[in-house]
Design a protein around this ligand. Structure first.
Ligand code: SF4
Length: 285
């Protein structure tokens, strides 16, 4: 079994002091250790943004892709070798803004991926513009009179689009993050982990104290995460009280389960010597 030290890449993060990305990185490493998956069988894929740098700081296979494109790349990796544990990471602007179309279609397919979104409700890397998850009325350099749109609700989108593990956690609660990410890694199917991640430099509204006063844990004894309608209703609770935990969970076949040749072996292991490129080209003419 690997140790947390074995996941150290040797490249120290350069996030702002106090950034909520630090505990997410720690939580991910601890969840990977507890999952007992060999680091060589793990791939972490990101888009662009402050959180998009995360693959540099964890010693697994890694790919920092283009803005909003972590899920298409993660999909390609998974279909190339479905035996790998594939984890996509990125920010709310990356995943719920420019990558929104990929987000919905990846969930619709129920690929066996874990997607961790560092949701700080602002564009951090580009110095503090309004993001898709910024609350209505939020003022920033891009919306100085307050944003007019309603914010994206990622949990409601995930539940209604086909994700089979939908959770929210908070980067001020390390044990909760570790258990939530571990559950996502172990889940067979598309798992969304939306993390409330304070951007201490640019978001002066959704701060650590803001969330500390509001977050509460869904009660595993009384809350039924298999009830889709109840999960959808719960996903709209936001304000004085903000729930964290597993909102929705469902067991059903993955996209990979439906691909016949993957039942024999991973795509990358298939022999190439009986493939005739000329024959394929002839068929395409
Ligand atoms: Fe973190 Fe915000 Fe700094 Fe980016 S700008 S590193 S999200 S605190």
């Amino acid at each position: 079994m690997a140790t947390v030290q074995q996941y150290e890449s040797g490249h120290p993060p350069e996030w702002c002091p106090g950034c909520g990305n630090f505990p997410i990185l720690i939580a991910l490493k601890n969840a990977l250790v507890q999952s007992a998956i060999d680091p060589k069988d793990t791939v972490v894929v990101s888009g662009i943004g402050c959180s998009g740098k995360l693959p540099h700081f964890v010693k697994t296979y890694a790919y920092e892709s283009l803005h909003g494109r972590s899920l298409p790349v993660a999909t390609g990796v998974k279909l190339g070798n479905h035996k790998l544990t594939v984890i996509a990471v990125g920010g709310d602007g990356d995943g719920y803004g420019i990558g929104m179309g990929h987000f919905i279609h990846a969930m619709r397919r129920n690929l066996d991926l874990t997607y961790i979104v560092h949701n700080n409700q602002v564009y951090g890397l580009t110095t503090g513009q309004t993001a898709p998850t910024s609350e209505k009325g939020y003022k920033s350099k891009s919306t100085p009179h307050g944003v007019l749109e309603e914010p994206v609700n990622p949990l409601a989108l995930a539940i209604s689009s086909g994700a089979t593990y939908v959770a929210r956690t908070f980067s001020g609660d390390l044990p909760h993050m570790v258990s939530t990410i571990l559950g996502a890694i172990r889940h067979k199917g598309f798992a969304l982990v939306d993390v409330l991640q304070p951007c201490v430099t640019f978001n002066k509204i959704n701060t650590y104290p803001y969330f500390m006063q509001r977050v509460y844990k869904l009660d595993a004894g009384s809350y039924n995460a298999m009830d889709k309608q109840a999960a959808l209703a719960k996903s709209f609770e936001w304000g004085d009280k903000i729930p964290i935990g597993i909102f929705y969970k469902e067991d059903k076949p993955t996209y990979e389960d439906g691909i016949p040749h993957l039942q024999e072996m991973p795509t990358c292991k298939r022999p190439l010597d009986n493939i005739s490129v000329d024959k394929i080209l002839d068929e395409l003419q």
